[in-house]
Design a protein around this ligand. Structure first.
Ligand code: PEP
Ligand code: MG
Length: 566
């Protein structure tokens, strides 16, 4: 909604997604690039035309790189232009061309699939080398892949900057996009992004969760912002109020003395506190150190699907095994809850050819997806079983709807891994679909543990889309029905003496955290950067913990005295 417009400064009011304030030039993200690429198998009749498409893309990229070289050499210098020579050499490498054409010809891959599989292969090879220069070349291969895919899709570069050289690909910029999808968020180098502004997206969307966990200010719900802005426009994003100010005046800027995003180092970790276990939510293995640095007492939710979304492909058993082992080892014996792939919904993946669905949030996702893709399930189950040889693991099934589905998942896991030597594996589920919560008594009789996924639970309980900014204000837990359901699951867990945690976003809010503690839930799993704040808040105001302890003591005393009397 446009709230005020002046000659110089224009203000928009949107939905605050992630707190903090940032000022920077903007990068307009080209959404078209994220349309599904035809990464697929082709028929024998199509081999020839796919080969032609690849050769045409090669020529386009070659021409583009030559132009870029000339332009940058003239405007900046020869040394800076050399990067494009390096990319051209990669592009013209006979081994690379041969591999792509061979994949089209003998494996019947589409040009896109052949480019991705071949260039990923070379990139992986270089990335593994113990040589800094060669490692750097691996990122050039990634860049060449991007250029080829753009050429195959007839797209201009992903950022609509004046030209590639000046394009920062979001670095030190505020990224403006129509929607912050999980794959877009994972694709960008978020270490350097200053902020996000989007047309669409709800507070509980995965992208908003990621932005908050990375401490990147973000605002959504500003339709048409693309049309008001050019690449390079200066913008202020206020993730606390939802304000977005285009060309902020010096007077406005003076009202925001604190505009830097807090550095990791400023988040000083505190030790665990009595009465509450705080675990970390983790999206990718390579960030596990953040959890360790924050003294996380475990990993309460490892969203393994993000490993796939970043890699943009199905990971092999070995690739999964490597990542999962890295996490388990880094946590040194502390519990790790590996959530099996929760793909589908807003986490669709081109490489898995999802069906086009009218209503993906209610469709082929989570455990339904896992059961419908036996190969994907088998590969992940086997990787996890192998990981368990290094220490006890927790396997958590996503979006389970009832006991019979849980049983099916567990039986399949056992069947797919029965021939493998394995260590201790506990099986449990996410309580995030209301029907499973209502069935908690029966389910927790059998399952080893449960974890409340309140992001989806709120979505499905109140029929409120977590990704839709228009109904975001309705996606909240301040309703009796929600707490009745949470209490029901907590009681079932207590009765069956099964561990229960909460890994949804609300666990990091001290007000709700206290309510959960008061219901007897003693394990909360939050983003690593929220751990310290949560511990401090609970430690400084532990009423709920204390009240609960007093109540338990009173009940114990009462039961002792009744026993004596008896
Ligand atoms: C949830 O739904 O609360 C949850 C933790 O899982 P995700 O946010 O990944 O859907
Ligand atoms: Mg969920």
């Amino acid at each position: 909604m446009l709230v005020e417009a002046t000659d110089k400064e224009t203000r928009f009011k949107g939905l605050p997604l992630s707190p903090g304030v940032a000022v920077a030039s903007v990068c307009l993200f080209n959404e078209k690039r994220h349309m599904s690429l035809p990464v697929k198998d082709i028929t024998a009749q199509e081999v020839r035309s796919e080969g032609d498409r690849f050769r045409k893309a090669l020529a386009t990229v070659r021409e583009r790189l030559t132009l870029l070289y000339k332009e940058v050499e003239e405007r900046v210098g020869k040394a800076e232009a050399e990067i494009f020579t390096a990319q051209k050499m990669i592009l013209e490498d006979p081994a690379l061309i041969e591999r792509v054409t061979d994949h089209i010809r003998s494996k019947n891959f589409s040009a896109e699939k052949a480019v991705i599989s071949s260039l990923d292969f070379f990139e992986d090879q270089l990335a593994k080398m113990d040589h800094d220069y060669l490692k750097e070349r691996a990122s050039d291969i990634g860049e060449v892949k991007r250029r080829l895919l753009d050429a195959l899709a007839n797209l201009s570069p992903s950022f609509q900057c004046q030209n590639d050289f000046f394009c920062q690909r979001g670095k030190n910029r505020i990224v403006i996009a129509e929607e912050l999808t999980p794959s877009l968020t994972m694709e960008l180098n978020t270490d350097y992004i200053k902020g996000f502004v989007t047309d669409k997206g709800g507070v509980a969307s995965h992208a908003a969760i990621l932005a908050r966990s990375l401490r990147i200010p973000a605002v959504s719900g500003i339709p048409g912002i693309h049309d008001r802005i050019f690449c390079g426009t200066q913008v202020l994003v206020d993730g606390d109020t939802g304000e977005v100010i285009i060309w902020p005046s010096p007077k406005t800027l003076a009202q925001y003395p604190q505009i830097e995003r807090p550095k990791d180092a400023e988040v000083k970790a505190v030790p665990p506190i009595p009465g509450l276990r705080v675990y970390a939510n983790l999206n990718v293995a390579k960030r596990v150190q953040e959890a360790v640095d924050q003294n996380a007492e475990g990993i309460g939710l490892y969203r393994t699907e993000f490993e796939f979304l970043i890699a943009k492909k199905q990971l092999s058993e070995d690739e999964q095994y490597e990542r999962y082992t890295q996490v388990l080892k880094a946590m040194k014996g502390k519990p790790v809850y590996f959530r099996m792939l929760d793909l589908g919904g807003d986490k669709g993946a081109d490489f898995l050819e999802f069906p086009k669905e009218q209503n993906p949030a209610l469709g082929f996702r989570g455990s339904r997806f896992l059961l419908g893709h036996p190969e994907v399930f088998r590969t992940q189950a086997r990787a996890l079983a192998r990981v368990s040889r290094h220490g006890r693991i927790h396997v958590m099934y996503p979006m389970v709807v009832d006991l019979s589905q849980y049983r099916l998942l567990r039986e399949k896991f056992a069947a797919e891994t029965s021939d493998l030597p394995q260590g201790e594996i506990r099986h449990g589920l996410m309580f995030e679909v209301p029907s499973a919560c209502l069935d908690a008594e029966d389910i927790l009789k059998e399952a080893d543990f449960g974890s409340l996924g309140t992001n989806d639970l709120i979505q499905y309980l109140f029929a409120v889309d977590r990704d839709n900014e228009l109904v975001s204000s309705d996606h909240h837990p301040d309703r009796k029905a929600f707490w009745t359901l949470v209490r029901h699951v907590a009681q079932a867990a207590r009765r069956h003496r099964k561990p229960l945690s909460v890994c949804g976003e609300l666990a990091s809010n001290p007000v709700y955290a206290r309510k959960l503690i008061a219901l007897g839930i003693r394990t909360l799993s939050v983003s690593p950067r929220a751990i310290t704040g949560l511990r401090i808040a609970i430690k400084n105001k532990p009423e709920a913990v204390r009240e609960k302890a007093i109540r338990i003591l009173a009940v114990r005393k009462k039961s002792k005295s009744t026993k004596k009397k008896g």
